[in-house]
Design a protein. Structure first.
Length: 136
């Protein structure tokens, strides 16, 4: 993907990729997928909510920019307590532009955001996984 960070292009055997139509009804499917991956990786309920919100924001901005037959490629993977999601247009000529509100939302609920010409990659670190284990 042209707008992806180098980490998004790194081969990862645990990377999950899905291509969906860029229509609002598919946003819930993607939110559920990302939440399930994050839950399996040990993310808290609040962190999962942040990831769902970020995905919804990116997907809706991209859907608004795409033609009726547009498609999106969504990739997600976890590494060392961090979940990364890349959302990009799978339709030629579609570009994504985040307005100030969308950018502020993403900045407040994720740890990193990279915006490319055709998509957005964001990541969230799990605070609970980053804490050292407690001893009694």
């Amino acid at each position: 993907m042209a707008g992806e960070s180098p980490a998004a292009r790194t081969p990862n055997p645990d990377r999950i990729e899905i291509t969906v139509p860029l229509r609002a009804e598919f946003a819930s499917t993607l939110r559920t997928l990302v939440a399930a991956i994050g839950s399996d990786a040990g993310f808290s309920v609040d962190e999962l909510d942040d990831l769902r919100l970020a995905l919804s924001e990116v997907f809706s901005v991209l859907a608004d920019a795409a033609p009726d037959d547009g498609r999106a490629r969504v990739s997600c993977w976890t590494t060392q307590g961090e979940l990364t999601v890349a959302v990009a247009a799978d339709t030629p000529g579609v570009s994504i532009v985040l307005d100030d509100l969308a950018r502020n939302i993403l900045d407040s609920v994720t740890d990193t955001v990279t915006v490319g010409a055709d998509g957005v990659t964001f990541s969230k670190r799990s605070g609970e996984l980053a804490e050292p284990p407690r001893t009694s």
